[in-house]
Design a protein around this ligand. Sequence first.
Ligand SMILES: *Cc1c(COP(=O)(O)O)cnc(C)c1O
Length: 384
Amino acid sequence: MEKGRFPTRCIHAGQRPDPATGAIMTPIYATSTYVQEKPGVHKGFDYSRTNNPTRAALEANLAALESASHGLAFSSGCGAADTLLGGLLAQGDHVVSGNDVYGGTYRLFKRVFEKFGIEFSLVDTSVPGEIEKAWRKNTRLLWVETPSNPLLKITDLEAACGFARKKDALSVVDNTFATPALQNPLEHGASVVLHSTTKYLGGHSDTVGGALLTNDRELWEKLKYFQNAIGATPGPFDAWLVLRGTKTLHVRVERHCANARRIAEWLSKNREVGKIHYPGLKEDEGHKVAKKQMRDFGGMISFELKGTLERSVKFISATRIFSLAESLGGVESLIEHPASMTHGSIPREERMKSGLTDGLVRLSVGIEDVEDLIEDLDQAMKAG
Ligand SMILES: *Cc1c(COP(=O)(O)O)cnc(C)c1O
């Protein structure tokens, strides 16, 4: 494991000056193959799907951020999830997962892996006892997203991962929303942490990527085998972009959190606004557990605007600084409508069960001036 406190690790972990030139920044090793001295005798690299120096630096960096011993980088968060599920599960296995998860994760469960005879029970993992109730003899894996997307529900990691461990099952925590700056699920008993590095880790909305991090060497070896066998690996330029992003992660996340807190407070005093989902608010259902396992509450907020669905849509379309777009975690603020955008792949009946209503609005609060952001939301509400 790399040394230093979190900000130092962000900047230095996994990154040595280039041995060939002394370049302080890890070069983009744009190569598919590597010259060998004799068959099988090489410098640790033989083919770039298997290993690449730029990707290796990223993998070491991401592992250090989660205080993990091992890391693997992927071409997307979905690629990481696909490798994990496809590599570790077999026909007849059962998975218990949160019911408020990223829409693409839900789609992977239901449209891809159910085809191969793997079963999924989706429950509200933030409610104590729900995981236990859904558990079966053939449950091999627990999947938790906390804070969840888009309702920012908080699952008690110690309790959830502890239960899976007691049952000899794996627990996977999607830590994309919190980032390793705010929460380290491996320290709360998770077997594997998953990231969509597309979001806060990359941080600039200019690349798509994913990662898996673990402290279990045997599990890492299996996952590394499947990373190569399945092939959802990032190219060196994408690996480099994420590596560039993580250098400022600690500073960006601080500002994301401060801005989101101000906006959540402003929303909570606004009469146009109904239910607000933000674990940083004292009255939020997840506040107590979030305080226990997170260092701050993150940059994501969702809320309901009072009035009709048309009003919400008008509001979302009228912002000038917040851009109407899917995705999250970049320096710029985004606004979106989960029911028709990021979570459109979930049937209405399913998402209403988890509380994802038609009128829900989701914000990814960026690091612009917060007064500008509040003024923008205010003018858009008046326009609606
Ligand atoms: C975006 C996202 C994913 C999927 O990652 P991609 O990089 O888009 O494939 C998974 N989980 C969460 C929480 C996400 O926000």
